[in-house]
Design a binder for this molecule. Sequence first.
Ligand code: DGJ
Length: 332
Amino acid sequence: MKYNLYFICLLLTAFTLKTSERYNCFRPGEIWKDTDGKSIQAHGGGILYNNGVYYWYGENKDSPTHKQHVPVVGVSCYSSKDLYNWKYEGVVLPAVKTDTAHDLHPSKVLERPKVIYNEKTKKFVMWMHVDTRPGYKYARAGVAVSDNPRGPFQYLNSIRPNNAMSRDITLFKDTDGKAYIFHSSEDNKTIYISRLTDDYLQPDGHFKRLFIDQLREAPAVFKHNRHYFIITSGCTGWTSNAARYAIADSVLGEWRMIDNPCRGPKSEITFNTQGTFVFPVQGKKDAYIFMADRWNPQNLSDSRYIWLPLQIRGDSLAIQWLDKWDLSYFRK
Ligand code: DGJ
């Protein structure tokens, strides 16, 4: 009897602990733990929605910071059905420790991985920024593929798309199935939009130079109704600066630079963050989430995640700081 009571108490305690760990809201800038209780490692990340599940891919920086850098660990993947609680699926593209010349050797740079699904080849395709240290002189885009969103991903190669440098990168898949990489190029002075072949594994030769000589990086791209939006940052290393957004009627068409979408305190430094991705919330109308990183250059693994709802009216975009919010913010 005494033992039975003891085990019931133990079970109740475990149950209470487990349930109290579950999140039911976003708290931008606070430590965000996975369902195992470990801090999420998915910096410079992006979201893929596949078969009722969200996947969050990002830089795993779980290693000591030395001179504002961490050795490459690889790309982490987390899965979630509610966007608050994330299960760690592991490092789906790990560093290659045995080959010092490999793009993914720990001594190199792997940033801003993004994944899309190719309906024709049935492959999940990841593009990322790969580089060398010091100086980020290699400036290339790496590509990897997998049959499963949970990985493992197989690294294929790296390129300079359309013979142009490629640093901060994002992937955008249009509603017609065409995909594009947006990459900071020409020593970060100009962003390139490079369209991909139907298998998404290389550029198809069509490209556009965007924001020429305007020094923009950290591109995040999405489509709302018939408009294409891009949010970028300025180029100030790990230090925050003002975001800007632009709009176009077609991806390779004319883009109009509008303004800073951020509103309120610290809006001139994007609430002390740098953007990385925008994604639509499934099952909600006009519901998009802006994902950003609050970099901590002294301890990069402790860089925090800032997710905020976008407010879209026609072609105007606003991002307001919220200490705490949940998906009821959006209409059904
Ligand atoms: C800004 C970029 O957006 C980040 O991804 C990273 O490359 C830092 N610069 C490095 O200083």
